[in-house]
Design a protein around this ligand. Structure first.
Ligand code: DHB
Length: 393
C-alpha cells in the first residue's frame, strides 16, 4: 500500500505527528513493535510544559489533560536544611501541568481511533529501505503474521532510543553525541496521599530524591541509585527509610503507603545529527535522549513533531525543498537547550560517586545562587516551563 508519511514508532511523538498531519490533510500510517497495552503500562515522567498542554488543547485532545491533570505553578528545591520555592508563575507567567506521559499516549491513541487513523501496534520484523529514493519503504509483519510493504514519500523515525531508524543513517554521514552518568533513578509508585502539593527536587548527602505525585491516592517518587541496583533487593521498609533519610534533613516527612511498582531508570544524554538522511527524518527519543531530571523527554518529542508537521506540510503541499533541513535546524536548537538544562539539573542535584564534602558544599552554593536570585530562579523557571517555539516560517 502507499501513504504520504510512514511513521515508525507509535508512542506519543509518532501519534501526535499522525494527529497533526491528519489535521493538515496529510495521510499517514503509524506502526509500533509494542502492543498498545505495553506502551500504556510503561510509566514515564509526568510534567508537561505550558506549550505541550496548549498543543493538546488546540488540536482537540486536551479534555483530559485539563480535567484530570493538575496545574503546578512552581517547584521546591530542597537543600542545605530547607526547602526553597521557585515560583514559575510569578517569575515568568508560565505554569506546567502534572499529567502522566502514559495518559498523553492514551489520549492520542484514542484520538487516532476516533478519527480513523491507520495505526498498527504489535508489528514485528520492521525494516526501512530505499530511504534516499523517491519512494522509501517500510516493511513489517503485522500482529496476525501477514507481511506488509508500505511505500511513502517521507519516513519518520519516532521509534525511541532503542529503535531501528537511527541506525539506518550511514555511519559516515552521522554523528552521535553521547554522555553516560554513574547513577540511575529508583522509581516507585505508592498508594498514599500526596506528601506535598508541588514537586520537591531534593539534594542531600545521601544523593538526590524527587517527590512527585499522580493522584490524591497514588504518588510517584524517585531516588538516585547505582545503575546496577536490583529492585528485588529493596523491601518497602528499606525504600521508605532511604527516602525519609534523604528528605528529612531538609525538613520534609513523606506519607508512606504500599509500593505498587519499582523500576530502575538509566541515565544518559544522547543526540544523533543530522536528523535527516534522504527521505528519512528522526523525531523524539529516536533522535535524542535526555536524563529524566527536569522531565524534558516527552516535551522535547512534542516540540519536534510540532515543527516537523509544519515542515512536512510545506514540503508535501508546497514543494519546499529546504523544509526537512529547516525542521532539523529548528528542532536541534531546542534539543541542545534541553540537553543542557537536563544535564545541569542532573549535575547540580545528584551526588557523584566519590564526591567530597567540598563537592556537596559547592552544589549547595550553586543551588543557593539559583534560589537566592530572581535572575537565577527565573532562568530555571524559563527552562522548566519550556522555551517558546518560533511560529511558522
Ligand atoms: C516526574 C519525572 C521527572 O523526571 C521530573 O523531572 C518530574 C516529574 C514524574 O514522573 O512525575
Amino acid at each position: 500500500s502507499t501513504t504520504e508519511v510512514a511513521v515508525v514508532g507509535a508512542g506519543p511523538a509518532g501519534l501526535m505527528l499522525a494527529h497533526l498531519l491528519q489535521r493538515a490533510g496529510i495521510d499517514s500510517v503509524a506502526i509500533d513493535i509494542r502492543s498498545r497495552r505495553e506502551i500504556e503500562e510503561t510509566h514515564r515522567a509526568g510534567i508537561l510544559e505550558q506549550d505541550s498542554v496548549r498543543m493538546l488543547v488546540d488540536t482537540g485532545v486536551g479534555d483530559r489533560v485539563l480535567r484530570e491533570g493538575s496545574r503546578h505553578a512552581g517547584i521546591d528545591l530542597a537543600f542545605g536544611g530547607g526547602g526553597h520555592r521557585v515560583d514559575f508563575e510569578a517569575l515568568t507567567g508560565a505554569t506546567v501541568q502534572l499529567y502522566p506521559q502514559t495518559d498523553v499516549f492514551i489520549d492520542l491513541a484514542d484520538a487516532r481511533e476516533r478519527d480513523g487513523g491507520d495505526v498498527r501496534f504489535g508489528v514485528s520484523d520492521v525494516s526501512v529501505d530505499d530511504i534516499t529514493g523517491d519512494r522509501p519503504l517500510v516493511r513489517f509483519t503485522d500482529a496476525d503474521g501477514a507481511r506488509h510493504e508500505i511505500s511513502a514519500r517521507i519516513l519518520v523515525g519516532s521509534d525511541g532510543s532503542r529503535g531501528i531508524c537511527r541506525h539506518a543513517f550511514p555511519e559516515e554521514g552521522r554523528r552521535q553525541y553521547f554522555r553516560e552518568y554513574p547513577f540511575a533513578w529508583f522509581g516507585i509508585l505508592c498508594e498514599a496521599p500526596p506528601s506535598s502539593e508541588e514537586l520537591i527536587y531534593n539534594h542531600s548527602e545521601r544523593g538526590f530524591a524527587l517527590i512527585s505525585q499522580r493522584t490524591e491516592t497514588l504518588q510517584r517518587m524517585y531516588f538516585q541509585c547505582d545503575p546496577a541496583e536490583n529492585v528485588d533487593d529493596w523491601s518497602e521498609d528499606r525504600i521508605w527509610a532511604e527516602l525519609q533519610q534523604r528528605v528529612g534533613p531538609n525538613g520534609y516527612t513523606l506519607k508512606e503507603g504500599p509500593i505498587t511498582s519499582k523500576v530502575v531508570l538509566p541515565f544518559r544524554s544522547f543526540v544523533q545529527e543530522p536528523l535527516r538522511h534522504g527521505n528519512l527524518v528522526l523525531a523524539g527519543d529516536a533522535a535524542h535522549t535526555v536524563p529524566p531530571t527536569g522531565a524534558k523527554g516527552l516535551n522535547l518529542a512534542l516540540a519536534d513533531v510540532r515543527v516537523l508537521a509544519e515542515q512536512l506540510e510545506r514540503h508535501l503541499r508546497h514543494g519546499a525543498e529546504d523544509a526537512l533541513d529547516q525542521y532539523a535546524e529548528r528542532a536541534l536548537q531546542r534539543v541542545w537547550k534541553a540537553q543542557h538544562f537536563s544535564y545541569w539539573m542532573t549535575t547540580m542535584l545528584h551526588r557523584l560517586p566519590g564526591a567530597s564534602d567540598f563537592d556537596l558544599r559547592r552544589q549547595v552554593g550553586e543551588l543557593s545562587c539559583v534560589t537566592g536570585s530572581d535572575a537565577g530562579s527565573t532562568y530555571l523557571a524559563e527552562c522548566y516551563t519550556g522555551w517558546p517555539t518560533r511560529e511558522r516560517d
